[in-house]
Each structure stands twice: as C-alpha cells, then as structure tokens.
Design a protein around this ligand. Structure first.
Ligand code: ADP
Ligand code: MG
Ligand code: ZN
Length: 635
C-alpha cells in the first residue's frame, strides 16, 4: 500500500507531465492556427489568380456563335441601340457557361446582363432577387416587351405559386425568366425539387442572383436567406451562376465567392467613378438651428427648384429636420422604416412629382429609388461606412448631369454613429474609413473613394468635381501632433486617477481649459480653434492613439475615450506624428449651384464611357411610368 505522501508525489508528477502536455498542445495549436492562416491566404491568392486569369480574357467580342442573335435581341426586343460598358462581356461570359460575378454601379444596367441571355438559348433563367417591388417592376416591364416572365414570392396567391412551380416541370412552357425571393427558395422543398427536375431535363439555363452582396455579412444589407444559395453550385454543377451587385470591395467579393462556392470565378467589374457628382464636406454647426439654416439656404438658393435627398441617421432626426424645414416654409417629406408602407409610398410619389423638393430620410430610403434627376444628396450625419456613403450619395445624378453630394461633418457625429453600430463585426473600421474621408483636406475625394474600391482613377478623373480639387487656395496645414498627444494622454490619465471617464466633448473641454477645474489641462490653451482640436481627436481615434470605450445606461450608449495602444509610442522621446489638418473650403450656400458639366475625356478616364448615362437615359426614364417602390429594409 502506498502512503499518502507517495500518492501525492505521484499526482504532482502527473500534474507536471500534464502541464507539459498542455504546453505542447498550446504550441501545436499555435502552429495549427498559423498553418491554417497560411493555407487560407494561399487559397485566396490562388482564387485571385484564377479570377484574374479569367478576367484577362477579352469577353467583349462579337464573334461568338450567339453574337448575331445577341445584337438583334438588344435592338428588336429591348429596343436599345448599344451596350453599356461591360454588359456585353457579362453576357458573353454567362453564355459561355462561366460562373460570373458582375460588379457595376447602381443604374449601370445589370438587369440586362441576365434578361438578354435568357432569350438566346432554350430553357429557363431563375432570377433570385431580394426586393419584391423590384421583381414586380421587372416582370411588368418584360411582359410589356412580350418576354414571358413569372414571379413567385411569399405573398403570391396559391394559384400563382402552383403555376410557377408547374412551369419548372413543364417542358412545353415558354416562360424564359422566373423570379423568386431567396426566402421562397430556402423554405420551399417543392420549389427545390421541381428545380431539380428542371435541371435534370437540361432546362435550367442559368441562375442569376441579383444584389448578391446580400449573402455577405460584410456587405451593407445582409440577408440570412442568401446563405442558403451556397448549395446551388453543387446541386446544379452544369448551370452557370451569374451574381450581380453594386458592392465592389474586395473583401465582400471574396466573401460572396466563398459563400456561393464560386471561389476563383470570373469577376467583371466596371469602374465606379461617377464623374458628374461633385463631392464636398461641409462643417456641421453644433446647434440644430444653425444646421437647419444651412439646409434652408441650400434648398432655397443653391438647389432652388431642384429635387434631392437629405439623409439623417435616426428616425427622430429625420422627423425633427423635416419639421424644422417645414417651419421655414420648405416643402419636404419625411421617410423612415417606422412609417406604414402606404404613407411611405405617398411621400415617394409626392417627391417624384416635385410636390416635395426633398425627402428627409433614414437609410431605409434606399434600394429601388428610380428618380434620374436627383440634383443633391445631403448627409445631415455621416454614413456608417464609405460603402454606404457611395451607395447613398450615388442616388444623385443618375441622368448624368451635374449633381452635388454634400456631407455635414463634425466630430460629435462619429460617436452618434459608433454607438449605433459598434456591436456588428468590422463596423468601427468601416466607420473610421468614412471619418478619414471627412478629415481629408489634401487628396482628391475621388481618390479616397477609388482606394475603397481598389481602383485608381487618376487625377484627371476628377475634373475639379470635388471640394479639394476645385479649391485653389491651400486648404490644409501640417501639424506635428507629438506634444498634443502627450497633453491628451496626461488629461486622460489625470481623469482616470480621479475615477472619471471622459467623453470626446469633455476631453476637448479639458484640453481647452474649460469644464470642471480638476479635469482641466494645467498648461496653456491650444493655439488653434476648437474645431481643429476636434479634427485632431478624430484623427488620433482613427489612427489608434485613442480608442472608444462603450458604456450602457438604461436609455443609451455612452462613448468615452481611452488611450489606445499606439499611445505607447509616446515613451519614445523622438516620437513624431504628422497630421494634415484641413480647412473647410468656401461654399456658396445662397447662389445657384453650377449647372454645366464639362467633362474632359482623358484616356485614363474610362468613367465617362463606363458610366454613360447621358440624355438618352433621361428620356428613357421620363417615358417610364412613375413607379411606387416599397422598401422593406429596416433602419
Ligand atoms: P442596375 O440594376 O445596374 O442598378 P438597371 O438594370 O435597373 O440598373 O438599369 C438601369 C436603367 O438603365 C434602366 O432604365 C435600363 O433600361 C437602362 N439601361 C440598361 N442598359 C442599357 C443600355 N445598354 N442602353 C440604354 N439604357 C440601358
Ligand atoms: Mg439592379
Ligand atoms: Zn477631386
């Protein structure tokens, strides 16, 4: 029999061995993680290489066996003269049986990329689309062109659904396009089984997935049911999939490929430059009244008689701003997700008919706005990302004529937005991308947008159509932030020592020797304006010298600022941090906006051709009947 001591000794030995094993497991796990990371990076490179190789083929040719029929169909069925850039490439690639993702800005003409090929070969094209109103619109327009098309949604009547299901099985049916919502696909076993029959008989010609970015959580309007679409490529290996989106970021695109199981597929992308949009950042006053005065002037003078959109970041803001502007005798409508759909479409119509000059809206006013002559999009609060900003501002100037995109910016709004979005992945980085765009005073705004889309539009592509390029005076000064950084760090430390947390506003107060005395900086007041102080704090935030610290009360989220990891660099006596502080450029609020748009065509500037929405498009739009579009997006 062992003694107690012997047993204890043995246990200790085993413990030692166990901790050895644990250490080895931890080591191996690290190696495993590193290998996995390496593998996934290599896979990504491989996919990218495959995509690039496919993209290096010229898909825009006219010598395919179907080329003649394609051009006849364009003229005789769709009554269009020429293709817009990349439309023909997309059509040829999908007719060649390639899985393809088409990336084009909103309004560039993505629908034609699946509508036209549907008529070239026998069989049926299934179109998956997230918005019922847009599908109804398309089916109506196709029917007018004598193209047999049907639609199946969760609100379709029993008879309609049965008819749609039957046509998948019916060899003699002549329907060319069947529109269906992702929910319907994901939830209807009968639909899937009929689709399998259709495929087995060789009649499933193509699957088009519109707004394909909806399957990625990184995108701006993720829809859970889109995840289900990942099974399609395995289920129907011989049917080409055609995804379409206006979301161009590399991250989202690679995510979409992964979810749909289309890694390394062809990506056809047209440029995102919108040469006719003028981009401008305008300083946002602290008081709502002053803010309203700016909006009032813009609406009364700069955009007199023109239509536009004012985006706010909350329902309350939308209501307040709309009411404030009405009090100043302006005709504006209000639009947000809490309104009944009837009320929403009424507002939409009144705006279309120019009864309202502007709609004051949350981002719920989005997909499906089809008004070509939107002359201004004003952001009362910054968007939550560059992606969102591009989409929202992009609703201006669809007719190709000059339009303006004005963003009212001040530091405080960063925290209003971050408090709303911080819980979702990547949202803070996205927001900081937007802040960077606002703080910028030296680079062409288009260049920042281009960087975001992994494009290079070159300098010539702006043509003085942004506040930075159109400004002749130097509108920025260089600052070394080292000493300011030290002051801010000491203010935060001092507050922490007193068990106090500082909001950005309080930090600014203490820095400018205002607010509670014990929190105030003990040295001199900065020799620049408070608004420049705000820019410095915002800059330090996006550069990781300050970080946001979220606290929750019963009613709201409070955002405090803490020292970020990069502050550690302050220990280095040679520490230096350069910032270009921009000055706001002059902007005439009370005289009409310039009307003419003299786009210089440069060889680099594919933008003009690639986004060829000129007079023709205006006429097209005018000829179209007014559409009432109900948006089922949430706030
Ligand atoms: P997207 O889906 O890319 O936002 P749509 O497919 O809805 O754009 O098309 C926008 C508008 O452009 C529609 O009115 C459409 O008829 C028009 N359009 C598309 N292709 C052409 C073309 N090749 N020539 C003229 N107009 C076109
Ligand atoms: Mg579309
Ligand atoms: Zn510019």
């Amino acid at each position: 029999m062992s003694t107690t001591q012997e047993l204890e000794k043995e246990i200790k030995l085993i413990d030692k061995e166990l901790s050895n094993v644990d250490a080895q497991i931890a080591k191996l796990k690290t190696i495993q993680r590193q290998l996995q990371e390496k593998k996934s990076a290599l896979k990504k490179s491989l996919d990218k290489l495959k995509s690039d190789k496919l993209a290096s083929v010229d898909w825009g040719g006219t010598t395919y066996e179907w080329s003649e029929k394609v051009s006849e169909t364009l003229k005789n069925v769709f009554k269009l003269q020429t293709f817009r850039p990349k439309q023909l490439s997309a059509i040829n690639s999908t007719l060649s049986g390639q899985h393809t993702i088409v990336v084009m800005p909103t309004g560039a003409g993505k629908s034609l990329c699946y509508q036209l090929p549907a008529l070239i070969k026998p069989g049926i094209t299934v179109v998956i689309s997230p918005l019922v109103s847009l599908m109804e619109d398309q089916v109506r327009s196709l029917t007018n062109k004598n193209i047999p098309a049907k639609l199946m949604t969760s609100t379709s009547s029993k008879e309609d659904s049965a008819a749609a299901l039957n046509l998948l099985k019916d060899k003699n049916n002549d329907v060319k396009l069947l529109y269906v919502t992702p929910e319907r696909l994901a939830k209807s076993k009968r639909f899937m089984s009929n689709l399998q029959k259709c495929y087995a008989e060789g009649r499933l010609q193509r699957i088009a997935i519109d707004e394909v970015h909806c399957c990625s959580q990184w995108g701006h309007d993720f829809r859970p049911d889109y995840k289900f679409l990942g099974i399609l490529s395995n289920m129907f290996p011989n049917t080409p999939i055609l995804g379409l989106t206006a979301t161009a970021t590399a991250h989202v695109l690679s995510d979409v490929q992964k979810i749909l199981n289309l890694q390394g597929c062809l990506i056809i992308k047209s440029t995102f430059n919108r040469p006719n949009l003028y981009y401008k950042i305008h300083e946002k006053p602290t008081s709502q009244e002053e803010c309203l005065t700016i909006l009032e002037k813009l609406l009364k003078y700069r955009y007199n008689g023109e239509s536009g959109i004012i985006y706010t970041n909350s329902i309350k803001d939308a209501e307040d701003v709309a009411q404030g502007l009405r009090k100043r005798n302006l005709k504006v409508g209000c639009y947000h997700a809490n309104m009944e759909s009837d009320a929403r479409s009424k507002v939409h119509i009144k705006w279309h008919e120019k009864h309202y000059q502007a709609i004051v809206a949350t981002v719920a006013f989005g997909m499906g706005i089809d008004k070509p002559d939107v002359r201004f999009v004003i952001h009362h609060t910054i968007s939550k990302s560059m992606e969102n900003y591009y989409q929202e501002s992009g609703r201006a100037g669809r007719d190709g004529l000059r339009a303006e995109c004005i963003t009212l910016y001040r530091m405080q709004d960063i925290f209003r937005v971050s408090a709303m979005v911080f819980s979702s992945v990547g949202s803070i980085e996205h927001l900081y991308g937007m802040v960077k765009y606002c703080l910028n005073g030296t680079l062409c705004r288009r260049q920042i947008i281009a960087q975001h889309f992994d494009e290079d539009w070159g300098d010539a592509d702006c043509n003085k159509m942004c506040d930075v390029c159109s400004n002749t005076a130097t509108n920025s000064i260089q600052l070394d932030l080292a000493s300011h950084c030290r002051v801010l760090a000491s203010i935060i430390q001092n507050a922490e020592a007193q068990d106090t947390k500082l909001t950005a506003q309080k930090l600014l107060d203490a820095w400018f020797l205002k607010g509670p005395v014990p929190l105030r900086h003990k040295g001199k007041e900065p020799n620049f304006s408070r608004s420049q102080g705000e820019d410095i704090i915002a800059f330090l935030l996006i550069e990781g010298y300050l970080v946001e610290d979220f606290h929750f009360t019963a009613y709201s989220t409070v955002v405090y600022l803490k020292k970020g990891v990069n502050m550690e660099a302050l220990d280095d006596p040679d520490f230096s941090l350069k910032m270009t502080v921009r000055r706001y450029t002059k902007f005439e609020l009370d005289s009409p906006a310039p009307k003419d748009l003299d786009i210089i065509s440069s060889s680099k500037s594919q933008g003009n051709e690639n986004y060829a929405v000129k007079r023709k498009a205006v006429e097209d739009h005018k000829a179209k009947k007014l559409k009432t579009i109900l948006i089922d997006d949430d706030d």
